[in-house]
Design a protein around this ligand. Structure first.
Ligand code: NAP
Length: 266
């Protein structure tokens, strides 16, 4: 049997709110394979939950960070440099767009909401990667989370679709810049999952239901399935040749060109 062993390696996970967070599912897999992990939390409100969630892990490091604040990002990477010395994995599972952007037609998006969505959901990857780079001198792997609306219209997703398009393009440019250093950068485009972030998207229940009914596998995906691919992409043993890529974990939904209401009726 093949067992993945990343003991002795370190990683940081941005974006764990609770046990349903995609970031947490990835953290559990990484920790299970032996990695020592740090987690960032946006505000004090979440620290208690994160402390409870990570209590069983090997000496976890919890660091406060609002990803829109350069000084807080600097503090996180200074702490990682001090505590870990080197960094092998970075998981970016952070996104936000103001609720109005999901509720109103896309053309009504304000300059301010556009900027916020791009800043939190796309620029934060670049800002984190830039600070991780000096700690990844022995190579490393960065994984972020995207969604189908980066390249197709999904009603309501609106501004976040634009932000995810910027995120996926950023993955490619970062992968090019960091490739010579042996640092790989990839995105996983996940199907709908019931998380706190998803709850703030108006129309999410329909997205979830339609994906479950019409995907090739005729079901929704799970956090564990996304985490499984993330682990493969993070670990050089498995995903060592993959970089600059966006890979779908959506039960095949993205590849459909026509949907039959009742499968089998042609
Ligand atoms: P989640 O548990 O709510 O995670 C989103 C995280 O982003 C939260 O921890 C949130 O922190 C954090 N965040 C938002 N603004 C931040 C800021 N300014 N600074 C630092 N952290 C901030 O939801 P999730 O679904 O697992 O989301 C993780 C990633 O997966 C996101 O990029 C999302 O777009 C992507 N994704 C999700 C789905 C889905 O259906 N759920 C599908 C495809 C892709 P707070 O809780 O403190 O706000």
């Amino acid at each position: 049997m093949y067992t993945l062993d990343v003991s002795g390696k370190t990683g940081v996970v941005f974006g764990v709110t609770n046990q349903r967070s995609i970031g947490w599912a990835i953290a559990e897999k990484l920790a299970g394979a032996g990695a020592r992990l740090a987690f960032s939390y946006q505000g004090e409100r979440l620290k208690g939950t994160l402390e409870k969630l990570t209590a069983g892990l090997q000496d976890p490091l919890l660091l406060q960070c609002d990803v829109t604040r350069d000084a807080e990002l600097d503090a996180v990477f200074e702490a990682l440099s001090r505590e870990f010395g080197t960094l092998d994995f970075l998981v970016h599972a952070v996104a936000f767009a103001p609720p109005a952007t999901f509720e109103r037609p896309f053309y009504e998006v304000s300059r301010e909401d556009w900027t916020t969505a791009l800043d939190v959901s796309a620029y934060s990857l670049v800002a984190a990667a830039r600070r991780a780079q000096p700690l990844m001198q022995r190579g490393g792997s960065i994984v972020t989370l995207s969604y189908l609306a980066a390249e197709r219209v999904v009603p309501h997703y609106n501004m976040m679709g634009v932000a995810k398009a910027a995120l996926e393009a950023s993955v490619r440019f970062l992968a090019y810049d960091l490739g010579p250093q042996g640092v790989r950068v990839n995105a996983i485009s996940a199907g709908p999952l019931r998380t706190v972030a998803a709850r703030s998207i108006s129309g999410f229940s329909s997205m979830f239901e339609v994906a479950g009914k019409l995907s090739m596998l005729k079901r929704n995906i799970t956090q564990e399935e996304v985490a499984g691919l993330a682990l493969a992409l993070l670990a050089d043993d498995l995903g060592g040749g993959v970089t600059g890529e966006t890979i779908y974990v959506d039960a095949g939904y993205h590849a459909m060109g026509m949907f039959l209401e009742a499968p089998g009726q042609e």
